[in-house]
Ligand binder design. Structure first.
Ligand code: ADP
Ligand code: ZN
Ligand code: ZN
Length: 753
């Protein structure tokens, strides 16, 4: 039976688009009305004729049918790119929680006035640490505007002038003053930049392997049969996944279809782009954060007008309005950057699947270490799984040594380099081969552990480590538990209880001290302030201008270094002890990728993993490069603790200028959920059916920019049940007309708050 009612959004440029209006679907239009079509409707008191877009159909009226108006007619445009964007926005609003305006702004290109032929930008001229120190001094001198700019620049190397003026509300005079002080540079760029430089070289085509050919054929066969699905390509780096993407896209283009290729910004290197340019020439465009809004808008118009067939870019490239989308590729699908950090907090992988389903397009996910989500769905048959587990060429997997740092200390070695690592580094220096030292600096601050026995201070009620706060308190950010920081290790009594603090700079210093002849390059947020310097450092290392490269997770992506035969992971635990349910997964991914950098040429590689927890399953399985074993253990843990992907989790984050108001709202909202769940609980409910509420608690970073943060979590096996709870909370907040308080929803969060 056809649906009887349609939700229509009237005018997408209007500020009040937030809610759709429900209309009756007349019998004679019932075939023509579907989500996304443009319709004419009577609107307002005078029943003026208005155009609108149908965003949803239903069989239930939201209010008495007598009062409901009917759709007048349907525009015969078919499903246009714009109607798909509007449906996507509406879906994101529902699925992730946001206003319709925020969702539309995420999806639709922002039109900018054409006069923007020049562009001003502001670049920081000091290392981040100095900018922060200066910011603190400014705060002391009651110069908050200066402090805001300095803090922003410490986080982001380069900021648009307009953003600083408007968002940070800083005057031109203040910026001038900071420029005179030598803290920053204001620059004007006037030329319009075409993101694609012409490529003259022709591509050397390779003969596809049977596996590659089979995958391409399979995907296209499904597509032609009208049942395109989602495909997960599990293949180590270098196994030939990109060749598969290229092959599918090539045939899509031959059928008059277009392709979106998502690549995390950090992996969007020139080498990667080059392969697409060589294959598809100027029918390819790229979207990245260095493009201005105007340039982005231009790329989108080119896509709409059929001037390009392929767009490559990070998350936001997903919303490119191609008229005949054939495939969306999500490379490195496990990357955290695919999740938006502002509302709506959508995940590009899930959104890609939704967008593709509207257009019967295929989705190809690729990863060497698939996300728990993707592998879980593949296991349930929702995605088709292809494994490509051999590397191309003759490179073999490296030998891995796991070193117990507790033993090192016992043996009197206080250096950041274990004896094994030092020995292997010396061999490399003698042989003229290269070493990468990897410091996983995420999760740097906070947790404390015992240097003697490796014991980590944990919450007695949750399986997370406690975070160290000022004043010597250890706090659990899941349940609010707190205790005083002990002077001695509760496990072994040693006084060596401390936070692990070894930044890349300290490692570099240690290298100069202990290996005075080695040539060292360092790569982290400080040394890569400028966009090009990231590429410059990597190229210099690839050209063998240095023996050792020290860096954060940035260095595990992108370039190939055939002369690197040794990779050292200095402290594998650093990412494990983040108080976060994804810590094990992230650690496994980082270690596997770091290890994958050793021995890419014809020389065999070696990997040293230094850790205080050599028995931890993430480390054990990463050392063996055994994804399957890791997955089994991790999924058991997620299942046991009702964490995603087995269950689902909604984080509700409340920010407020007044601490008490924020805490109060957080408590009230938690109460509502608790009450609803008690009311709704049936007698036959199993554990699976119960809604679990965790919190309220202060967020891990309890104050940012003078805003207090409170948080609670809701867990349930059914995602839609959480959407329902979100809807109730949204309604509650709307009725309260909150002032100075914002509420954010985050489904299946990538990090806990
Ligand atoms: P991935 O995307 O999985 O990292 P790539 O597609 O980039 O893998 O392939 C890695 C390297 O192997 C590339 O240099 C690529 O040209 C080469 N390669 C891939 N497939 C083949 C093949 N069938 N025959 C020869 N070389 C190949
Ligand atoms: Zn101890
Ligand atoms: Zn706890």
């Amino acid at each position: 039976m056809a649906a009887k009612y349609a939700d229509v959004i009237i005018d997408i440029s209007h500020e009040k688009v937030d809610r759709p209006f429900q209309y009756k679907i007349p019998q004679e239009l019932s075939d023509a009305v579907c989500a996304g079509v443009r319709v004419h409707v009577p609107f307002g008191r005078g029943n003026r004729d208005q155009t609108g877009y149908v965003v949803e159909l239903s069989d239930q009226p939201d209010y008495p049918e007598e009062k409901m108006k009917s759709i007048t007619s349907v525009d015969d445009l078919g499903i246009t790119a714009q109607s798909i964007q509007i449906r996507t926005a509406y879906w994101m609003k529902r699925q992730y929680g946001a206003t319709m305006i925020a969702a539309l702004k995420t999806v639709l290109p922002v039109k900018q006035k054409l006069k923007q032929l020049e562009r001003k930008k502001v670049t920081g001229c000091m290392p981040a640490a100095e900018l922060l120190a200066l910011a603190e001094r400014c705060e002391g001198k009651h110069q908050p505007a200066k402090a805001r700019v300095l803090r922003a620049l410490a986080e982001e190397e380069l900021l648009p002038y307009e953003l600083i003026r408007q968002k940070l509300n800083v005057s031109p005079a203040t910026l001038q003053a900071l420029q005179r002080q030598g803290c920053l540079r204001i620059e004007t760029e006037s030329l319009y930049r075409n993101p694609v430089k012409p490529v003259l070289e022709k591509e050397q085509r390779v003969a596809l392997s049977d596996t590659q050919q089979h995958i391409i054929d399979d995907v296209l066969q499904d597509y032609r049969a009208g049942c395109a699905g989602t495909y997960l390509l599990h293949g180590v780096t270098g196994s030939g996944k990109t060749e598969v993407y290229l092959g599918v896209i090539e045939q899509m283009i031959a059928m008059g279809k277009q392709a979106i290729v998502l690549i995390p910004e950090i992996a969007l290197t020139y080498q990667t782009l080059l392969r697409f340019y060589k294959r598809f020439g100027d029918r390819v465009s790229v979207m990245n954060s260095t493009l201005s809004m105007g340039e982005r808008y231009d790329q989108i118009r080119r896509a709409e007008d059929g001037e390009i067939d392929v767009i490559i870019g990070p998350r936001s490239a997903l919303f490119t309005p191609f008229p005949n989308l054939g495939v969306i590729v999500v490379d490195e699908e496990h990357e955290g950057s695919y999740k938006s950090e502002s509302m709506p907090k959508y995940h590009a992988r899930e959104t890609a699947v939704y967008i593709a389903s509207m257009q019967h397009a295929a989705v190809i996910l690729g990863s060497a270490t698939p996300s728990m989500e993707a592998y879980y769905r593949a296991g349930k048959g929702e995605y088709k799984l292809y494994e490509m587990l051999d590397r191309h060429g003759n490179s073999t997997l490296p030998d891995v040594y796991t070193i117990d740092l507790r033993e090192e200390l016992k043996q009197g070695n206080r250096s950041v380099f274990s004896r094994k690592l030092r020995e292997l580094m010396e061999q490399r220096l003698a042989a003229g081969e290269q070493t990468i030292l990897f410091l996983n600096r995420r999760g740097y601050a906070g947790f404390i552990s015992c240097r003697a026995c490796g014991h980590v201070m944990k919450c007695p009620h949750c399986d997370v480590s406690l975070s160290e706060h000022r004043g010597g308190m250890l706090i659990c950010h899941y349940c609010g538990y707190e205790e005083r920081r002990p002077a001695k290790c509760p496990e072994c009594g040693s006084g060596y209880l401390m936070g692990f603090k070894a930044g890349t700079e300290q490692i570099e210093e240690a290298l100069h001290r202990e290996f005075p002849d080695a040539r060292v390059l360092r790569m982290d947020a400080d040394t890569t302030r400028k966009k090009e310097s990231y590429e410059q450092i990597l190229s210099a290392f690839a050209d063998e201008q240095a023996d050792i490269l020290v860096g954060t997770q940035m260095i595990v992506k992108g370039h190939d270094f055939p002369n690197v035969t040794l990779v050292g992971v200095l402290a594998a635990d650093l990412s494990l002890n983040r108080n976060d349910y994804r810590a094990g997964e992230r650690t496994f991914q980082l270690l596997t990728q770091a290890a994958g950098r050793a021995g890419r040429g014809d020389k065999k590689g070696e990997v040293v993993i230094q850790t205080y927890q050599p028995e931890h399953y993430s480390i054990v399985h990463a050392a063996k490069q055994d994804y399957g074993a890791f997955y089994e253990e991790e999924i058991t843990y997620r299942d046991l603790m009702s964490y995603p992907p087995v269950s689902h989790m909604l984080a509700v984050l409340i920010t407020s200028s007044d601490q008490d108001e924020g805490r109060k709202l957080c408590e009230e909202m938690t109460d509502i959920v608790n009450k609803r769940c008690v009311e709704d609980r049936g007698t036959n409910d199993t554990v699976q059916d119960t809604v679990q509420v965790i919190g309220p608690a202060e967020a891990a970073i309890s104050r940012i920019n003078d805003l207090y943060r409170h948080v609670f979590y809701v867990k349930h096996a059914d995602y839609q049940r959480l959407v329902g709870i979100k809807d109730i909370l949204e309604l509650f907040c709307k009725e309260k007309e909150l002032r100075n308080l914002t509420v954010q929803y985050d489904f299946d969060p990538m990090n806990t708050y």
